[in-house]
Design a protein around this ligand. Sequence first.
Ligand SMILES: NC(=O)c1ccc[n+]([C@@H]2O[C@H](COP(=O)([O-])OP(=O)(O)OC[C@H]3O[C@@H](n4cnc5c(N)ncnc54)[C@H](OP(=O)(O)O)[C@@H]3O)[C@@H](O)[C@H]2O)c1
Length: 285
Amino acid sequence: MIVITGATGSIGSELCRLLAADNTPCRAIYRKESQQPFFDALELEAVRADFDDIDSMRRAMQDCTNLFLLTAPDQRHVEREIVMIRLAVESGVQHIVKVSTANTNQSSALAYARSHAQIDHYLRGQPIDWTILRPTGFMQNFIEYAHPIGKGILPHMLGDGQISYIDLRDIALVARHVLTQPGHANATYYLTGPAALTVSDVAAELTAGLGHPVRAVNQSEADTRQALIYAGLDAWYTDALIEQFRIGANGGEIDTTGEVARLTGRAPRTLRQFVRDYKNQFTNQ
Ligand SMILES: NC(=O)c1ccc[n+]([C@@H]2O[C@H](COP(=O)([O-])OP(=O)(O)OC[C@H]3O[C@@H](n4cnc5c(N)ncnc54)[C@H](OP(=O)(O)O)[C@@H]3O)[C@@H](O)[C@H]2O)c1
């Protein structure tokens, strides 16, 4: 039995669809009553639990052999994931698959590169099998810019920096594979898409896929910060994203790896495929 955290999020919900289609025994964790119908439709066992309610998580892990560990990073990221790892060890879970991030480093200026690095380091020292997935930036992040993209503008502060964006559906495919197939204990996988792209390359794909011109517009750090604050992000996350963009602008996420294809037997999705599949989310704004 696989217990899935982050099951209502982007990667987790995709993983749930994949595991439900395979009839793999699993138990998804959700927080709000309104999220239950998604799991009912998949005929997937689901329980209500919260990272901040340790007893609920302990109950959710009962009789489980594997844990898919994913939380949205914030100031309590390290504390929450370490508690989950401890609970898993105590509960007799045998294998944890954790979503981390590329460029993890305990001395990074990027808050979530630092917090993931701390958690990954802690996990590697536990008496339990683990697999750490380290993806680059998600193609799906561009959906956040659907409104300006609809007006023909893709704002960014990445300059000519290239990033090997990954479609998060491929992260879910890898997660399904490592959760259900042997041979991935104590391994760290760097997951990327098939090509390193500048934001101008992304704008060209959006232009071709959406059928109207989209132009990459480089904006200053101050304007980017203001836009993130207007979008409702807190100071911690705003600072983190600004740092992330600086790293991207300096070529920090260029390398492509063959890990998605090697692990799943399928080539990673291209940005063109992503734009085609998510066209409605860009046009229904
Ligand atoms: N975005 C990127 O480009 C990128 C790149 C590399 C790595 N990553 C990593 O990928 C992960 C994010 O993946 P994602 O986009 O799939 O996440 P997401 O869509 O933001 O989902 C977060 C999940 O965590 C759940 N959650 C939040 N607080 C909770 C709590 N207190 N108790 C129980 N569940 C809680 C959410 O539940 P609710 O639905 O109830 O809120 C949701 O299911 C992060 O670790 C991030 O660092 C992201």
